[in-house]
Design a protein around this ligand. Structure first.
Ligand code: NDP
Ligand code: X15
Length: 337
């Protein structure tokens, strides 16, 4: 059984930990924290072995009555692969550590593509990370773009993409993030980083993105304008998206006209942490005008990249060479539609 460590037990790390635990071909070694807070306590209560990033803080964990299994370095040494879920720009400090320990590592979208020279999406370039030592699961927004654009590209070819990304100001628990009462071009320059990031997993695609931050925490929202290479009927686009896993066509007219209602739908699915791993697309928004496809979708930023991390582990550890088989296995274990 291959051994997986999660370095950084925050929004992404805690979800990847549960997802890894639910697979039958990999085993979770443990998770790491720097602080002895409630998240650390609950990690132990959930049955995870907890390792500390800063050994000098052992006493603090001891005083807080939180049992630790060792240091993060010890956790890394025990593993075949580390999923680095530390905050953006912390990851590079860890790369030497992983190299010295001889373990593979998966980074997240907060790190630059150049750190690994290889980025990952389950649908578009799984094979390129097969057996790789280091790769990076692209960000929540880029994962969302890839999920819907790849099947469209496969169906009829994509000539040019324009996308307006409405980004959530912060995650629900991030009390220090904003804006509270503003719309912020973020970045104020065009293109935003999302277009170039998409090209790291959908090679050669012509895309320009602009992005704004808004005062909401639930989801990101995307508005896409896609010039198509070949004529296609709207019904065929709908059909291909309906048959693609990790994408959901949902109807505004059924009371799902907003990100808040998408999150209510996720609650009804009854999953842990109310996660919506799939990318919901407003079905009514799909339209083709003069050979250009338009649609609107949303991204549950806290969870959409989680199944991709599981597939990346499987590819890099050579547990499965066929991306569709890995996707199916991950979906089944996580109850993904
Ligand atoms: N949140 C999101 O919407 C998304 C985030 N991402 C990307 O995923 C990555 C992780 O983000 P997210 O989960 O939000 O981050 P969080 O801040 O929620 O969690 C980060 C975790 O890393 C730990 N940590 C902090 N500093 C260090 C360090 N120096 N060494 C080791 N561990 C450390 C923290 O521990 P402690 O709390 O104990 O300090 C915490 O457990 C980033 O690259 C981000 O861009 C990708 C998609 C969506
Ligand atoms: O990777 C993300 O977004 P991004 O694709 O807009 O960079 C996550 O939602 C984290 O974004 P943040 O950098 O606003 O915390």
């Amino acid at each position: 059984m291959k051994l997986v460590a999660i370095n950084g037990y925050g929004t992404i790390g805690k979800r990847v930990a549960i997802a890894v635990s639910s697979q039958d071909d990999m085993k979770l070694v443990g998770v790491s924290k720097t602080k002895p807070d409630f998240e650390a306590r609950m990690a132990v209560e959930k049955g995870h072995d907890l390792y500390i990033t800063i050994p000098e803080r052992e006493k603090l964990f001891d005083q807080a009555g939180i049992e630790i299994a060792g240091t993060a370095d010890e956790m890394i040494a025990e593993s075949d692969i580390v999923v680095d879920c530390t905050p953006g720009n912390v990851g590079p400090e860890n790369l030497d550590k992983y190299k010295k320990a001889g373990v593979k590592a998966i980074y997240q979208g907060g790190e630059d593509h150049d750190l690994t020279g290889l980025s990952f999406n389950s649908f578009s370039n799984y094979d390129d990370s097969y057996g790789a030592d280091y790769s990076r699961v692209v960000s929540c927004n880029t994962t969302g773009l890839t999920r819907s654009l790849k099947p469209i590209d496969d169906l009829c070819g994509v000539k040019k993409i324009r996308a307006v990304m409405v980004r959530r100001g912060g995650d629900p628990s991030q009390v220090n993030k904003g804006p509270i009462n503003a719309i912020v071009p973020n970045p104020p320059t065009i293109p935003s980083h999302h277009g170039p990031d998409l090209k790291t997993v959908m090679y050669g695609v012509d895309i320009t993105t602009v992005a704004l931050l808004v005062p909401t925490t639930l989801m990101h929202q995307h508005n896409l304008m896609v010039e198509l290479k070949n004529d296609v009927a709207l019904d065929d686009v709908i059909d291909v998206l309906e048959n693609r896993s990790r994408v959901l066509l949902l109807n505004a007219k059924e009371g799902l006209g907003s990100t808040a209602e998408f999150m209510e739908y996720a609650k009804e699915l009854g999953r842990s942490r109310n996660d919506l791993f799939e990318i919901p697309i407003w079905k009514e928004s799909l339209n083709i005008v003069d050979g250009e496809l338009f649609y609107m979708q949303a991204v549950h930023q806290e969870s959409d990249v989680v199944p991709e991390n599981v597939d990346a582990i499987r590819a890099m550890l050579e547990l499965e060479s066929d991306n569709e088989k890995s996707i199916e296995k991950t979906n089944k274990a996580m109850g993904i539609l």
